[in-house]
Ligand binder design. Structure first.
Ligand code: NAD
Length: 258
């Protein structure tokens, strides 16, 4: 089904664990050349790379803190140096930073949350743009940019997560401008919007709390990272989604139905 992903060059930011790592693995299984990114190398990097490189593709680890524009530029450069171009960009790096109610938000916290969730996606996309244009031109198909939004982008987020939710809503919105002005370049922009997934993102909750929260969703549980991965394959594949752009795909077990 995703046969056209073989040999495609895919950069996934924030992908040493959780939803991003599951995406890297799914692309590697389909023969893609994948850049796995995180701020620093995880302790089990060698074993993870060995496992991933036994699949059909090729995976390289490229460290960079994408909340810094200079490092975002360096990441794109390093990826292009390694694989010769970019066909698919997945802006997955993101997170709460911390939970802070309105009364406790200061400038540093505002910057940290918006740099990680909004600036990072914009800057990596900006630096990747010339390469994505080249990809579309050379392949005669489309290049694909995928943002990772959140159910919080609709609901406003849980306790202390207002800035995070707003940054995700900003992503849901800004892709509309990119679609309007870059469809002509052969680039598609879509957003995968997860509900509640069982990753380190929810490390502040014990198993009972997760089970109780999950029971409130129509599907009765949290999502698993590998259940999000196929949506990235879908938006990356020109054969599957070549006429789909500017959309948000909600992967949330019915938790929220916009
Ligand atoms: P996670 O914390 O397990 O993984 C986050 C990844 O991002 C890690 O690989 C980490 O190394 C990397 N990262 C963090 N800061 C970075 C930086 N400055 N530069 C580069 N890499 C950085 O989280 P996850 O649950 O897998 O989340 C992945 C994405 O999905 C995030 O954008 C998150 O906001 C979004 N999301 C998650 C959930 C959920 O319930 N887990 C829900 C909605 C949206």
């Amino acid at each position: 089904m995703f046969g056209d992903l073989k040999g495609r060059r895919v950069l996934v930011t924030g992908s040493t664990q959780g939803i991003g790592l599951a995406a890297v693995e799914a692309f590697a299984r389909h023969g893609a050349l994948v850049g796995m990114n995180g701020r620093k190398a995880p302790a089990d990097l060698d074993a993870t790379l060995a496992r991933l490189n036994e699949l059909d593709g090729e995976v390289a680890f490229l460290p960079a803190d994408v909340s810094s524009s200079a490092e975002a530029a360096r990441l794109v450069e390093a990826f292009v140096e390694r694989f010769g171009g970019i066909d698919v960009l997945i802006n997955n790096a993101g997170g709460l930073v911390a939970r802070k109610p309105l009364e406790e938000i200061d400038d540093d916290f505002f910057d940290a949350v918006t740099d990680l969730n909004a600036r990072s996606a914009l800057m990596v996309t900006k630096y990747a743009l010339p390469h994505l244009k080249d990809s579309a031109r050379q392949s005669g198909t489309t290049a694909s940019v995928i943002l990772v939004g959140s159910v919080a982008g609709y609901t406003g987020g849980g306790p202390g997560a207002g800035l995070y939710g707003a940054a995700k809503a900003w992503l849901h919105n800004i892709q509309k401008n990119w679609v309007t002005f870059h469809a002509k370049d052969g680039i598609r922009f879509n957003t995968v919007s997860p509900g509640t997934f069982d990753t380190a993102f929810h490390a502040d909750k014990d198993a009972d709390t997760k089970a109780r929260i999950g029971a409130g969703f129509p599907m009765g549980r949290f999502g698993r990272p590998e259940e999000c991965a196929p949506t990235f394959l879908f938006f990356a594949s020109h054969a599957c989604s070549g006429y789909i752009t500017g959309q948000v795909l909600d992967v949330n077990g019915g938790q929220y139905m916009p």
